[in-house]
Design a protein around this ligand. Structure first.
Ligand code: SAM
Length: 205
């Protein structure tokens, strides 16, 4: 995990979660596998629970997602905060992932997604995308989340490690209320994407 990402996630915690430090929070980290460090220590607070989610079993992974686009182990409206760093560029159909994030996030729940806008190909197990601020905005709009902050790190130098090559984009968003019509629309969209026209996950790579 590179330095700029830890800085960005620390900033999210300090700016957006400070007010919840005495409340019980379930914080799920998508793509949590400990490659070279993890966000877990940042959220090691007595009233908070951290849950690592990944498609691969390994260090810092509490739940292995059998289907990356249908998280059967997590019920709707069950998570207070979803964080994710350096994972979205590896998710082939990331627009389906963001629908799952929206489904499991409680109304008023927060998410923070960090993904590079630059950098060399690095396959975990694939490397598909880079993200800019407008892409992050579009993604949040698609999932019905309200944007609270979005920015890209353009700083190339001054880091202790290779952070400058990644130029991370960061979005912080909040789940809106889920009235009946929204739930119905999202259920239909999910049914359409996962049952009627599921993605072909055999890409031959
Ligand atoms: C580059 S690693 C980043 C790990 C850690 N978050 C970090 O910053 O060091 C990317 C992780 O995303 C996971 N990943 C890939 N596709 C995923 C998916 N569809 N859903 C969840 N995680 C996924 C990979 O298994 C891998 O552990």
């Amino acid at each position: 995990m590179h330095e700029s990402s830890l800085t960005n996630m620390t900033r999210f915690r300090d700016q957006f979660l400070e007010q919840y430090k005495d409340q019980d929070l379930l914080i799920a980290d998508l793509g949590s596998y400990d490659v070279n460090g993890s966000y877990r220590p940042l959220f090691a607070h007595s009233s908070w629970s951290y849950l690592g989610l990944d498609v691969s079993a390994g260090p810092n992974v509490d739940i292995v997602l059998e289907n990356p686009y249908n998280w059967q182990t997590l019920s709707s409206d069950s998570v207070d905060v979803i964080i994710s760093g350096q994972a979205f560029e590896h998710i082939e159909f990331f627009w389906l992932t963001v629908l799952e994030i929206s489904r499991v996030l409680k109304p008023g729940g927060l998410c923070c997604i960090i993904a590079p806008s630059s950098g060399p190909e690095h396959r975990y197990p694939v490397d598909c995308w880079r993200f800019y601020r407008d892409g992050m905005r579009a993604l949040m709009a698609y999932a019905g989340l309200e944007i609270l902050d979005v920015y890209t790190n353009h700083q190339l130098t001054g880091w202790q490690d290779d952070s400058g090559i990644w130029q991370d984009s960061v979005v912080v968003a909040r789940q809106r209320a889920k009235p009946f019509r929204r739930r119905l629309r999202e259920r239909l969209r999910r049914y359409f994407h996962l049952v009627l026209l599921p993605p072909n996950q055999d890409l031959g790579n």
